[in-house]
Each structure stands twice: as structure tokens, then as C-alpha cells.
Design a protein around this ligand. Sequence first.
Ligand SMILES: [Zn+2]
Length: 311
Amino acid sequence: VSTFGGTNTVFGLVDATGNIIDEGHFATREVSANPLTYFERLNLDLTRLRQRNPDHPPVAVGVGAPNGNYYRSSIENPPNLGWGIVDVNEQLGRHQQVPVVTTNDANAAALGELLYGAVGEMKNFILITLGTGLGSGIVVNGEVVYGAYGFAGEIGHLTLVEGGRICGCGRRGCLETYVSATGIVRTVYELLASERSASELREVAPSALTARAIFDAANAGDAIARLAFSRTGTWLGQKLADAVAILEPEAIILFGGLANAGDMLLNPAQKALDEHVMGTFRNKTKIQLSSLQGKNIAVLGAAALAARAIT
Ligand SMILES: [Zn+2]
């Protein structure tokens, strides 16, 4: 079972109950010049993984990747890679000799939450991954929504601000340009320019101004850092209100580095959500942290995808 994101590729061998038996990783950019080099490396690592674990032969491979297409088992024009359309089945299936199933990394994470997380009886929820960008996987009636062509569930590219910040997708004002690790850094730059408050972040070199540094400053009581988190949470809740109007999920589950901010992010998000939804939906949908937070949801998600495909 394997999965990868734009920065790191992580892979693992997972048993039927969701225990990660063995795992590994490599830096995607070291081998991402073209898909052939990339999959050569991944196949090599997966072969070694199998050789290390002869008692656990894999029965399927699940892949969670940016722009992964469930219907075609392909990765199509992944951001920042310049790959075009890659047939994952051909690249992995031929070498691994087991069924290969592919989807978007956030969809895989939602499946991981469904199979191995603590959602319990919940059949309708949205999983939001807050990393470099904002990914989302939508579960309706216990199934991930893939859409007509395989790319459904891009909440990160709903428009938050008309004519707003430039997004990697080529549009402007997308939610993920505000609510993500990179988004909160942009917010802090703006706040440092527009607010007079003292802030330790004013002393930080631009290259060192990361979501992590903002998180640490907020924990230490820094006013600008705290304001950045409260705005980020408010924007998230405001836009999630639109998703709630369409889907009426039981919960919205947050996962990823930025979600470590916990209540600093969750409280303003919940407040804004309940302020922006119409009365029918108010005080129903709960925004909560993933029960898999801190675990390897990338690997568990891809494993859940594979497990679903063969049962
Ligand atoms: Zn966008």
C-alpha cells in the first residue's frame, strides 16, 4: 500500500484491522523529474517492503495522490509536478501484480477515517486536510463522493474572496489560499503590515516564518499570531457553512499540521459555521479533530482504499 503528497511519499504495509506492519518514505522531489523515474523508485521500495515482510503478502495497493482519479486509476496533472496524465495501474500494477486503486489523497484520508478512525456510526461527514493546501474528502451515506469524472470534493477551491489571493489552481480567492499552512503565513504578512501590535513575528526572517512558528508564537500569547488563527478559523467556518447547506454532514473532521492548533482554530471555525448556516442547520454539524491526528493517515487512507476495493 502506498501514497504520496507533493513533498513526501510515504508507503506502508497495513493489515486488515488497520495496523501498520511496516512503512517507509522518500522525498518526492528527488525522483519527480518525470513519472517513470518516480514509479521506478516507488516500485523498488515496495518490492523491498514485500521482501522484508514475507508473511504478509499484499492483496491490493491503494494510492492517495494529488489529482488522483478513482475511475481511471490515474494521476492527472498533479500540481507542481508537470507530469500530465499518468496511468498508475500501468506504472504499479505490472510490477506489484495485485489490483491497484487510486484516488485523491484527501478522499483516501476520509476512507481511512471511515474504516480505522473513530467516526463510529457516522455515515455523513467531511474530512478536511490542512497541510500546504486544503484538501477535502466527502462521505455521503458511508461512501466517498467521487463525482461524474473523479474529482469531486474540492472545498479548498471554493471562492472565499472574490478577486482575492492568487491560487495555485490559476484562480483567485480560493479558500486554501487563506486556510492552509501557506495561507496563514500570507495572513500574518498582511497583519504585520496592517496592525500596530507588538509581535515577536516581526523579528522572524521571512524564510523562517512558517505555520509552525506562528503556532508557537500564538501559544506564547503573541497577539498577531492569535489573531491570524482566529481569522483563519473564522474563514474556514464561514465557507464550511456553504458545504453544510449542500450536504448536511454530521461532522467536519480536521486533520493535518495546522489542525494541531486545536481550539485556537476549532472554536472560531465552529462559531462562524453556526453564524453563517441557516437556522435548520444551526448547532448541529460539529467541527472536530480527527481521531487519527498524529497517526499516518496517508498510509491508513490508502490502505482503506485498497481494502474497500477488494471487499
Ligand atoms: Zn484554487
